[in-house]
Design a protein around this ligand. Structure first.
Ligand SMILES: [Zn+2]
Length: 460
C-alpha cells in the first residue's frame, strides 16, 4: 500500500510523504503532542440510534454540533451495543465486558464491587473522576457511583415539589450544566462520564427544537398515552419519530455547550472526548417501539466518535470502517492514553489490529424473562432466543432489515455460519466463567428512583 502510494507521487511529494510518515510514527510512540495525560470526557446519549445523526447519514437528522465534532476526530462507522437496555450496556461500556461477564444484566442487578471500572483505572492514576447521570439505572442504587469521586444524579427536570408526570426525566441541558460546573472546578487531569437521556421516551423536546413538520393531521404526543397506543396511523408514527429526532437535536445543542465550555476553559487540545450511545430504539420496524425486548440492528447500531486534537492516532476526518462493539470503548480509551488494559476485559482497542472475519461481534439481553444472545460477522447474524431454544440466522448482505430468517436446512453455507456463530457465543460464555463476578442485587428503591424508572417505562 505504502509502496504503491509512493510510486504515484513525484520526487518532491515523495520526500514530504516520507517525512510525514516518520513524524506520525514518532508521535504514535509517545501518545500525544503534549506528553501530559489528557482529560477524558465520555459523553453517552441514551437511546441514540446511529442513524439519528447526520454524521451517520441520518436523512432527517439535525445534529450540527455532533456532526462538526465528528469531523474534528474519528468516526467509527460500524459499532454495536453490547445489550439493548441501559444498565447492561453501560456496565459493558464502563468495564469492557460482555453482559454475561459483568453480571449486571438483569432488572435487580447491581454492578459487582470486584469489577475493575474505567473510573477505578483513572482514579488509580491520579485523575479526578465524576459521573453525571440522568438515568437511575446508572446511579448509586445500582452501584455505579462506586469509584467516582463525585456523582451527580439528575432524575427530575423540575424543582422538587413541582414535578409533573412528564417531567421525571432530566434534560440534557441540566445534565450538561452540571457537567460544565464540575469541569470548571475539577482538578486536572480529570475523567468525566456523562449519561444524558433526552432521546429516551417520553419524547418531549422543548418547542424550539421541534420542527413540527409532521404534526398536521395528528394528535399524538411523545407521552406514554400516545406512543404505546396500538391503533397509531402511519402519520402518528411519523410524528412520534419526529419528536424523537427533536430530542436528539436538543441533546446535540447541550453537547455543543459542553464542547464550548471545554474551549472556554482552554481544554480543547488537552481533552479526549468520546461520544457514544448505550443502545438504539425501535420504531415499529419489527412491530415494537422502544428497547430492551430484542437485539435487532435498530437497537444495536450505535454511534462512536472520538476527538483529541493533540493525538495523531485520531486525526480529523478519520473514518474507521472495521467493526467494533461497546466493550471496545474502554480498551480504546486506555490505548489512546497509553494505559494497560486490566485482566478480564473482553473488548480490544479499535485503533489496533482489526478483527478477522472469524471473530464475530457479540451481544446479549437478559431482562424480564427474555434471554437472548446474538453474534454477527461481516455477513451473517445469529439471534439465539435461549429461553425458547430458537436459533434464527439472517443474511445481512441481502436482508439488512432482518425480515426473513434463512432456512439453514437448505443452505450448507448458512448452516456452517450458524454453527460458527453459536460456537463463538458458547466458547465466550464458557471461558468467561472463571472470571465472572458474583451477582449482586440492589436493595429497595428510593421513591425518586422508582418514580423516575416508571416515567422511563422501566416499571409498568
Ligand atoms: Zn439506555
Amino acid at each position: 500500500m505504502r509502496d504503491r502510494l509512493l510510486a504515484q507521487l513525484g520526487p518532491r511529494d515523495r520526500s514530504s510523504f516520507l517525512l510525514a510518515t516518520v513524524i506520525v510514527a514518532l508521535l504514535a510512540g509517545c501518545g500525544d503532542l503534549t506528553g501530559r495525560p489528557p482529560n477524558v470526557v465520555l459523553y453517552v446519549i441514551d437511546t441514540l440510534r446511529a442513524d439519528g445523526l447526520g454524521a451517520y447519514g441520518g436523512a432527517k437528522a439535525t445534529t450540527p454540533h455532533i456532526d462538526e465534532f465528528a469531523r474534528q476526530g474519528v468516526v467509527f462507522e460500524q459499532v454495536w451495543a453490547s445489550s439493548s437496555w441501559t444498565r447492561a450496556s453501560m456496565a459493558s461500556i464502563l468495564t469492557g465486558r460482555h453482559p454475561w461477564n459483568h453480571a449486571t444484566a438483569g432488572r435487580a442487578d447491581r454492578l459487582p464491587e470486584d469489577l475493575t471500572t474505567l473510573a477505578a483505572i483513572f482514579s488509580e492514576r491520579g485523575y479526578a473522576t465524576a459521573l453525571v447521570s440522568a438515568n437511575p439505572n446508572v446511579g448509586s442504587v445500582f452501584g455505579f457511583d462506586r469509584t467516582f469521586d463525585a456523582t451527580f444524579e439528575l432524575f427530575t427536570r423540575s424543582q422538587p415539589g413541582v414535578v409533573r408526570g412528564s417531567e421525571l426525566v432530566a434534560t440534557s441541558e441540566q445534565v450538561g450544566g452540571d457537567a460544565i460546573g464540575w469541569i470548571e472546578a475539577a482538578p486536572r487531569p480529570f475523567l468525566l462520564v456523562v449519561l444524558s437521556i433526552d432521546p429516551h421516551s417520553p419524547y418531549t423536546p422543548p418547542r424550539r427544537f421541534d420542527p413540527a413538520l409532521e404534526r398536521p393531521g395528528t394528535r399524538v404526543t411523545g407521552l406514554p398515552a400516545s406512543i404505546n397506543r396500538k391503533d397509531l396511523s402511519q402519520r402518528d408514527k411519523a410524528r412520534i419519530r419526529e419528536l424523537y429526532r427533536a430530542e436528539i437535536t436538543y441533546n446535540d445543542h447541550s453537547f455543543g455547550a459542553v464542547l464550548k465550555a471545554l474551549d472556554e476553559q482552554g481544554l480543547r487540545n488537552d481533552t479526549l472526548v468520546i461520544l457514544t450511545s448505550d443502545h438504539g430504539e425501535e420504531f415499529w420496524e419489527h412491530g415494537r417501539r422502544g428497547h430492551g425486548r430484542a437485539l435487532t440492528e435498530e437497537l444495536l447500531r450505535v454511534p462512536l466518535a472520538i476527538r483529541h486534537p493533540m493525538n495523531p492516532r485520531v486525526p480529523a476526518g478519520g473514518r474507521i470502517v472495521h467493526p467494533g462493539q461497546s466493550v471496545d470503548i474502554l480498551p480504546t480509551i486506555l490505548d489512546l492514553v497509553r494505559v494497560p488494559v486490566p485482566d478480564g476485559v473482553d473488548g480490544r482497542s479499535l485503533l489496533g489490529t482489526p478483527r478477522t472475519p472469524d471473530e464475530p461481534l457479540l451481544a446479549g439481553l437478559e431482562l424480564d424473562g427474555i434471554e437472548m444472545l446474538t453474534a454477527r460477522d461481516s455477513r451473517w447474524k445469529l439471534v439465539w432466543d435461549v429461553r425458547q431454544s430458537q436459533l434464527q440466522l439472517y443474511d445481512l448482505q441481502t436482508d439488512p432489515g432482518e425480515r426473513t430468517a434463512v432456512d439453514v436446512t437448505r443452505d450448507p453455507l448458512a448452516r456452517a455460519a450458524q454453527q460458527r456463530l453459536r460456537d463463538a457465543l458458547e466458547t465466550d460464555i464458557r471461558e468467561g466463567r472463571q472470571r465472572r463476578p458474583e451477582r449482586s442485587q440492589a436493595g429497595p428503591l428510593p421513591q425518586n428512583v422508582e418514580e423516575s424508572l416508571r416515567a422511563l417505562g422501566y416499571i409498568e
